[in-house]
Design a protein around this ligand. Structure first.
Ligand code: FES
Length: 79
């Protein structure tokens, strides 16, 4: 059995929604201060830009009709 701490972190772009991050990780603000995630193993980060609780998703993407790309654009392919 693999314990939670040794599992790799996964980041999933939710269709028309946030980035869902699972695993054991630290989240820092621009000053290097660590957010208190209170042991959460799943965090949703806003990628629509409309959340009032940045950087976290507050579900505002639903009311604003945010639509993500069907497939992520690879940076190497974009340039
Ligand atoms: S992705 Fe949910 S509020 Fe922005």
């Amino acid at each position: 059995m693999v314990d939670q701490a040794s599992r790799p972190v996964t980041v999933e772009a939710v269709q028309d929604g946030p980035l869902q991050i699972k695993g054991s990780f630290r989240l820092l603000d621009p000053t290097g201060e660590e957010y208190d995630l209170d042991g959460q193993r799943v965090v949703l980060l806003c990628r629509c830009g409309r959340s009032a609780a940045q950087p976290f998703c507050d579900s505002s993407h639903r009311a604003t009709g945010f639509r993500s790309a069907d497939r992520p654009v690879c940076v190497a392919d974009a340039g």
